[in-house]
Write a protein that binds this ligand. Structure first.
Ligand code: SF4
Ligand code: SF4
Length: 410
């Protein structure tokens, strides 16, 4: 099997194909701390792409309540158990030595879903969910674990839950693509979006078995597999509603909680990201390291990153997002001046921001949190499109509009 470099694991990894030639990669950051679980993103996707016969159980975007919620049911527990069985007791990280671009989380020497497979009968370790397990996309919604405590306090709540927003990660090393015996799945070099060629697909469901995130879904009316297409006409700017410029996906641009930031990052031939601190996703993932991949130990190098919830138990979060959790939460709770400004840019524009800049403004507040002095500056963050044109400008101190005392006629 060829070897590729996986920077999430901080090491080379066996994979069925060479690294490929992706020049830009679809990538996003979700701030879990801000999500209100409204499911607007879920319905925006559903009403755009999966409203037809045979797609009733398909939710390309879903938001599940952790720790009990999962779609399909128990997807992550099942794959974590299989990996543990294949490599019992060795699924641990060595976070002692890190390197910002090539090994920001240290090194993971446990087996990935590719290395735990036998390489002959199967290319990827996985399982096929039972049909019933796709039927409850929001089961256990808003269910907390433990006894909800009165008068909650940080750092960790006694009773807790959080929302996990999920869609295809358009992985750098997709499990679905590696498993397909028909080579019907491909990754586009211009944006890294992973697509299923509906002409070639014969519905063997090897991809459904292999995707560890369970984001490929079988459609019985066509006998083929379908999955999130990254709203590629919007990314290309070829959709009539985009004014010809790269525009965010439906789920991102509909987000009420303003938790989502999307961009395309530049990539090197070995799958690492070209250093580009002006790109908002590069900045959040590599410079601040405040956003982390979901289950990096699976080995697919997923491209959706999460800012972990600060109130959930750290051990649970470390299994889910790797060893960078404590630092990411610390940096989110006490943000740098530049990060605080960038957080204002989330969902400030439907057009995709390829670069940002911060213009420093005057200090407007100071106070103490947890014994630490905090100063707030009214900085302005500016977002630019793929051509370097300004598309959005937001200040840290949000303007307040007071309603006039006189009520209107309603
Ligand atoms: S999340 Fe699953 S469906 Fe999406 S690219 Fe990765 S392996 Fe394939
Ligand atoms: S639209 Fe945004 S805030 Fe609402 S559930 Fe989806 S990610 Fe969360």
């Amino acid at each position: 099997m060829p070897e590729v470099y996986n920077w999430h694991l901080g090491r080379p990894m066996a994979y069925r194909f060479d690294a490929g030639n992706t020049q830009r990669q679809f990538a996003a950051v979700f701030n879990i701390n801000r999500c209100i679980g409204c499911q607007t993103c879920t319905m925006a996707c559903k009403s755009t792409w999966t409203y037809s016969p045979g797609q009733e159980l398909m939710w390309w975007n879903n938001v599940e309540t952790k720790p009990y919620g999962s779609y399909p049911q128990d997807w992550d527990v099942r794959i974590l158990d299989l990996l543990d069985e294949a490599n019992g007791g060795k699924q641990v990280w060595d976070a002692g030595t890190t390197e910002p671009v090539r090994a920001p989380y240290g090194r993971f020497d446990g087996k990935t879903i590719f290395e735990a497979a036998d390489g002959q009968q199967e290319q990827v370790l996985g399982y096929l969910p039972h049909e019933d397990q796709w039927k409850g996309p929001n089961s256990f919604e808003d269910h907390a674990t433990g006894a909800p405590s009165r008068g909650v306090s940080l750092p960790v709540h006694k009773g807790w839950f959080f929302y996990l927003q999920r869609l295809c990660n358009h992985c750098t090393y997709p499990g679905c693509l590696a498993a397909c015996p028909r080579n019907a799945i491909y990754k586009r070099p211009e944006d890294g979006i992973v697509l299923v060629d509906q002409e070639r697909c014969r519905g063997y469901r090897k991809c459904v078995e292999a995707c560890p995130y369970k984001k490929t879904m079988y459609r019985p009316t066509t006998g083929t597999t379908e999955k999130c297409i990254g709203c590629y006409p919007r990314i290309e700017g070829s959709d009539p509603l985009t004014d010809g410029v790269p525009t965010e996906t439906r789920c991102m641009s509909a987000c009420v909680g303003k938790i989502r930031m999307q961009s395309l990052v530049r990539t090197e031939p070995d799958g690492t990201w070209t250093p580009d601190p002006a790109n908002p996703i590069y900045y959040l993932v590599h410079e601040e390291q405040v956003a982390l991949p979901l289950y990096p130990q699976f080995g697919t190098q997923p491209n959706v990153y999460y800012m972990p919830p600060r109130w959930a138990p750290r051990e649970y979060l470390r299994q889910m997002f790797g060893p960078g959790v404590d630092q990411a939460i610390e940096r989110y709770m006490y943000p740098s001046r530049r990060l605080r400004a960038l957080l204002q840019l989330f969902r400030a524009s439907r057009k995709i921001v390829f670069a940002f800049d911060v213009i420093e403004g005057p200090r407007f507040a100071e106070f103490v949190i947890d014994g630490r002095p905090v100063e707030l500056f009214n900085d302005t963050v500016v977002g630019y499109d793929s051509q370097g044109n300004e598309i959005v400008r937001v200040s840290v101190d949000e303007p307040i509009y007071e309603r006039p005392g006189k009520l209107n006629s309603i």
